[in-house]
Design a protein around this ligand. Structure first.
Ligand code: G6P
Length: 366
């Protein structure tokens, strides 16, 4: 085979554990040592751009949704995010001073490539974030930014997702620097946090036994709800996607604040709810949503840090402890428990983790 499992039972397990190394590589290649400045190939000056349109499919789409929060908050740049299959046929207008950004692990997804071609001659710059530098999407972009994840074999994307997120965060920091929207101190804090990320990812991986226990419980259920707020909302959707892809358990990701607008009707003692909530600025609101779940006997798995678990861990079904992290980086770190929950649930159910039924690694036809 062109890659081996390096002692792991599945490519997915290997790829999950590789993340501290490949994310470090991604960070090193855009944030050279000795400075806080993000350095990109090609000339991309965000001070000459007014907005960003991001397009992707699947897991890469959730990476884009996360990046929207970063670009808007850090670089004060309006961002639209779209699913490629919708974007390509809607004939969306592309205003002046727009950069179009395409995210794709394979660089060959048919809908994403078609969306890129739609933007040719319309967008000021076509940028892609890809894992395969020789891919069609990379070749047809003005600037292609490799994520350095290495070959990903597992159909359910893991290390490509965290590398995509890392590159997108650095891109947002570059935009913030170009546009003068963050102080030098803030930029330096982000750079330092990024350099500390691989260590934090390792600490998160050490939580594997606790995550496995929670997964054992999930494997006996029929539906699972994932909740997140702010930066953790796209990750809630990615966690749900991972779980349904490989364990075939029905899962949905929701913004915590939307709980009252529908999903709360489903909550009873059979419903596990995974709450992704670091102790950040919106934590108290997430906790009150979580309490609404518990009041209806829903079973909460709280993924948080020491402070969050100390404050809100009582009465939960289980807790998964993450190290403290700069709030901007939380979705990258919390990807680890999302992936491991799906992985161990699938193992407990005995499904084919690396080759889930009906799914393809790369969707090159419509
Ligand atoms: C398929 C894969 C997913 C992937 C999506 C987009 O559905 O199974 O893991 O996220 O395609 O693929 P891309 O290569 O464009 O990132």
């Amino acid at each position: 085979t062109r890659a081996d499992k390096a002692g792991h039972k599945h490519f997915m397990a290997k790829e999950i554990t590789e993340q501290p190394v490949v994310v470090a590589e991604a960070i090193r290649s855009y944030l050279p040592t000795g400075g806080d400045e993000v350095v990109l190939p090609g000339n991309l000056d965000f001070s000459k751009l007014d907005r960003l349109t991001m397009v992707a499919c699947g897991t890469a789409f959730y990476a884009c949704l996360t990046a929207k929060y970063w670009f808007e908050r850090l670089a004060k740049m309006p961002v639209e995010v779209d699913i490629a299959s919708e974007f390509r046929y809607r004939e969306p207008p592309i205003p002046d001073r727009t950069a179009a950004l395409f995210v794709s692990q394979s660089g060959e997804t048919a809908d994403t490539l078609a969306a890129l071609r739609y933007c040719e001659g319309k967008a000021d710059k076509i940028v892609s974030v890809i894992n395969v530098p020789e891919s069609s999407i990379a070749r047809e972009s003005d600037i292609a930014l490799p994520i350095h994840a290495g070959v990903e074999i597992g159909v359910a994307s893991t290390k490509a997702f965290t590398c995509q997120l890392s590159v997108l965060l650095m891109l947002a920091l570059k935009a913030a620097a170009d546009r003068g929207t963050l102080s030098d101190e803030d930029l330096a804090d982000h750079a330092a946090a990024l350099r500390g990320l691989p260590t934090a990812l390792n600490t998160a991986l050490d939580q594997d036994p606790a995550i496995k226990k929670s997964a054992q419980r999930l494997s006996e259920t029929r539906d699972v709800l994932f909740l997140g707020r702010g930066l953790m909302y796209p990750l809630a959707m990615e966690g749900a996607l991972k779980l349904k892809e490989i364990s075939y358990i029905h899962a949905e990701g929701y913004a915590s604040g939307e709980l009252k607008h529908g999903p709360i009707a489903l909550i009873d003692k059979h419903m596990p709810v995974v709450v992704m909530a670091p102790r950040d600025a919106v934590f108290d609101k997430s906790v009150s949503n979580m309490q609404e779940v518990m009041a209806r006997k829903g079973k909460v798995i709280l993924v948080s840090d020491d402070d969050g678990i100390a404050e809100a861990g009582d009465g939960t079904w289980s807790t998964i402890r993450m190290p403290h992290i700069h709030p901007s980086l939380a979705p990258i770190l919390y990807s680890i428990p999302a992936q491991l929950l799906a992985y161990h649930t699938a193992i407990a159910k005995g499904t084919d983790v690396d080759q889930p039924r009906n799914l393809a690694k790369s969707v090159t036809v419509e």
